[in-house]
Ligand binder design. Sequence first.
Ligand code: BES
Ligand code: ZN
Ligand code: ZN
Length: 485
Amino acid sequence: MVKINLSHNDPLTLSTTTLVLAVLNDEEGVSVLAPSASKKQLAALNNLAHDLNVTGGEGQFTRSLAPTELKAQYVAFVGLDDRSPEQLRRAAGVTTRALAKTDSCVFGLPTTDVMSLEAVCEGALNGTYVYNRYFTTPKEQIGTITVATPMPRKEANQVLQRAEIITESMSITRDFINTAPNELYPDAFAKQAEKLAKSAGINVKIYDEKMLLKEGCGGIVGVGQGSSRPPRMVRLEWKPRGANRTHALIGKGITFDTGGISLKPPKGMDAMRSDMSGAAIVLGTLLAVAKIKVPVHVVGWLALAENMPGANAQRPGDVVKCRNGKTVEVLNTDAEGRMVMADALSLAAEEKPDTMLDIATITGAAIVALGNRIAAVMGSDDVREAILEASESTGESFWPMPLPTYLRDKMKSTYADIANISNANGGGMLSAGLFLQEFTNGIAWAHLDVAGPAYNEGSPWGQTPSGGTGFGVPTLISYLEDALN
Ligand code: BES
Ligand code: ZN
Ligand code: ZN
């Protein structure tokens, strides 16, 4: 991980290779933000920005030799649409990515409060992320980052420490998602999660395929049986002394989703490496919570299986019995996420936590509805609202969705308690939510469909790289810190 140093000096007096300044484009026009600059320096900066056609605005990044009025060798202008922490976060991410081949930079962005400083530190660190596992020649990262801030030393150090923990956890989540599916299969995921969790003081229990069968987890056993690499369920527990509330987090961990016998078309199937994002997000969140020492009891469940069309694969029409006793007719083997989550939710509910959150790349319909940068949240009113509130401080976008009861009737099965797909016209994301609700045993719960934002098949933007994004980790942490406690 790249490190950040904090500086409490005026950024314009620091000698550095690159001084990073924000350029705001709002109603008042284009302006370089440099509050400590003298009139002469500010004029030189604004003239330079003008000459370089810098117009500000989100995503714009321009680097040039610095005017002689500054100590820095280069100045970089990074665009903002407004002064919000979210704009600062994105600008910081754009900057450290753009400066990957340079040795250092000093951020002179407006960081006068906790939210802004946290956004800059997180954005800067998240922007340095590279996944180098498979390259002979690794991609470069910036050397050292200095963030200049007028905030008091002690407070600023605490903010930085927290930002380091959060971004490190997001990197772990990203790494899991980016690992090729030939290397990351259920047992490999379980073992790596165990190692990381133990070193953070988290208790770990792994259920193998025999235990899953014995415990009546027919959903995950059915999904996993088409693969030569058997399924696993991992239980992670962070139990600090004195905690009196318990929250369960349940993650979908399909290490690869071919669709099974209901095979997916080949185009873009490689993106189904990301179908374990929910489990990776739960793991990242637990690691962060343990490192921050959040004083709540958190139990994480990773439902790990590979959905393959092997000789022993389940068939459309198979009926399985899930952990809570409900039978499911598997009409489409590509609706496998809800099958593994059914058992994981049932196991989680048996322990009677105060709330449950499940997080999963569960439907393509979520992408149709909300695109690639917004996750859907549905479930009990209070938990759903708590997620929306938690997301406000993290810059992640969630949008509430309903669970209309008429759609439940569209999952009636001729042979079993419920079918795993609906015969309704549309509403696929909501049907998945309603299916999962059947396994929550009345516990306050929310379902997060992160099919869009968990994985970025496009170009990097803001603090978000291509590939695994780490989306969800910050909001889950903030939920556990604040919500309903
Ligand atoms: N893993 C997919 C959902 C998905 C699609 C995630 C695209 C990320 C990007 C899930 O298992 C799936 O295949 N869902 C089906 C459900 C359908 C068969 C009811 C879908 O969305 O088409
Ligand atoms: Zn599927
Ligand atoms: Zn899937």
